[in-house]
Design a protein around this ligand. Structure first.
Ligand SMILES: Nc1ncnc2c1ncn2[C@@H]1O[C@H](COP(=O)(O)OP(=O)(O)OP(=O)(O)O)[C@@H](O)[C@H]1O
Ligand SMILES: [Mg+2]
Length: 232
């Protein structure tokens, strides 16, 4: 029997994943600056909204107001009531929010885990995006502590039955890659006098996947992964 899959919101990527992501698991999307990580996160979020799910998107670096502005231009339904965008970017003294989301979500991974559990008391979310987790890694004092809190985070997410997309920059240490259920990497390389965008799936527990490295584009409708079945 075919197992149940959920869409990433990007058709070519769903095909590479042999139908989509296995729900209730934690995935990592990593890539250099400007490779389209937030775009993929938003596709994943909006696919949930279209599917009638509640989605929680926690932004830790790019201000929420910019995300809403840029992605509504690309045709994303950023004001849909099923889409909750939490802006946990650092605030300044001059800009006091009613609730300090930075303190709650961005201080460290344990706090983030607790705060997501709190959010679940208000509303059940089936998809969660954390964009990016890099700040939380810096907050950990030792690698052992980070690994421990990361595993605790993964366990809590499984208990909440959430499908999670973690976004990360390319870093020297990549312990998350071992601890998550799947890893997707976005790359920008030079080929002759052209910049080429490439996507590869590095790992996908519980499933086969496309081992080809595929080209993708960022367009005025978001990300398109060129799987090659329809000439795209
Ligand atoms: N309408 C568009 N047409 C083509 N490309 C676009 C369009 N809008 C945005 N882009 C491209 O998308 C890229 C940014 O995508 P995105 O914010 O998802 O990347 P990111 O990996 O999250 O970046 P960062 O590391 O800064 O967070 C930009 O470099 C831009 O060139
Ligand atoms: Mg981004």
């Amino acid at each position: 029997m075919e197992d149940y899959r959920i869409s990433t919101g990007v058709r070519g990527l769903d095909l590479m994943l042999r139908g989509g992501l296995i729900p209730g698991r934690v995935y990592l999307v990593k890539g250099a600056p400007g490779t389209g990580k937030t775009t993929l996160g938003m596709h994943f979020a909006m696919a949930g909204v279209l599917n009638g799910e509640n989605v929680l998107y926690i932004t830790l670096e790019e201000p929420g107001i910019n995300i809403r502005k840029d992605f509504s231009k690309l045709g994303f339904d950023v004001n849909n009531p099923s889409f909750t965008l939490i802006d946990a970017t650092p605030t300044t003294e001059h800009y006091v929010l009613i609730e300090d989301y930075f303190e709650k979500f961005a201080k460290n991974l344990n706090k983030l885990t607790e705060s997501i559990e709190e959010e679940y008391k208000i509303r059940r979310y089936s998809r969660v995006v954390i964009d990016p987790i890099s700040m939380l890694k810096v907050a950990a004092t030792t690698e052992a502590e980070y690994r421990r809190s990361f595993l605790a985070f993964v366990k809590v997410m499984a208990k909440l039955k959430a499908t999670v997309m973690l976004i990360s920059e390319i870093e020297k240490s990549d312990i998350e890659e071992y601890l998550v259920d799947g890893v997707i990497e976005l790359k920008l390389i030079e080929s002759g006098d052209e910049l080429v965008r490439l996507l590869k799936i590095k790992k996908f527990r519980g499933s086969g996947f496309d081992h080809r490295i595929r080209r993708y584009s960022l367009t005025d409708r978001g990300m398109i992964v060129h799987y090659g079945d329809d000439g795209s």
